[in-house]
Design a binder for this molecule. Structure first.
Ligand SMILES: C[S@@+](CC[C@H](N)C(=O)[O-])C[C@H]1O[C@@H](n2cnc3c(N)ncnc32)[C@H](O)[C@@H]1O
Length: 194
């Protein structure tokens, strides 16, 4: 059997596997939260780079992507020893508030790639940051995505990611920031009350 990927997100032409590799290897990351899975192509890249404990969330807007993901998930579990994949079919923010309410273990790495509207990217970023341990890394995909014919800047992640970065800058330092992806190390615990 072969993997069913109809889109190759973040392949070598984007160079992200190269800097993801540096981030994961340098820090020995193992536990990933991925928001927005599609068919699991980026997950496959993360697992190929050494990640073995994956929690992922998607509402799978297209049925065929869910079927392809389930197919690809089964193959990944065969191909990689000691891999666990906990896939949750749910809105990103309800799944994350549930994890926070249950005090689930924090993540080493969070990949934010679900809804690409600015307000959702902001909400996902804020909740995901609470689920990230100090020393972990949060990566936003498609920072400067241009969606032709949609017209307004808040229809892409950029304004949401900018707002996230603005209010979290005390707690982070850059790993890789470019026009395509923004990766930040969490350096400090954010205040929860006060
Ligand atoms: C760009 S694709 C993800 C690609 C994937 N991360 C990769 O690189 O292979 C975006 C996915 O986010 C999902 N999605 C969109 N809005 C969502 C939301 N609010 N909660 C959960 N999933 C969402 C869509 O169903 C779609 O599968």
């Amino acid at each position: 059997m072969t993997y069913k990927f109809t889109k190759f997100y973040c392949d070598d032409s984007y160079e992200c596997p190269t800097y993801w590799h540096e981030i994961i290897e340098k820090n020995g990351y193992n536990r990933l939260l991925e928001l927005g899975i599609w068919e699991g192509h980026s997950m496959y890249n993360f697992v190929s780079l050494g990640i073995r404990d994956v929690t992922c969330i998607d509402i799978w807007m297209n049925d065929y992507t869910k079927e392809n993901f389930q197919h690809n998930k089964a193959l990944m579990l065969e191909e990689f020893d000691d891999l666990t994949i906990d896939d949750r079919s749910e809105m990103s923010w309800t799944a994350m508030t549930d994890m926070l309410a249950k005090n689930e273990p924090l993540f080493d790495l969070v990949y934010v790639d679900a809804s690409h509207f600015a307000h959702n990217a902001l909400l996902d970023g804020c909740l995901a940051f609470r689920l990230l341990r100090v020393g972990g890394c949060i990566i936003f995909d498609d920072y400067h995505l241009i969606r032709k014919n949609l017209g307004a800047p808040d229809l892409t992640p950029k304004e949401g990611v900018d707002a996230f970065e603005h209010v979290h800058k005390r707690f982070m330092e850059p790993a890789i920031v470019n026009d395509y992806q923004r990766a930040w190390y969490k350096t400090m615990q954010e205040e929860k009350i006060g």
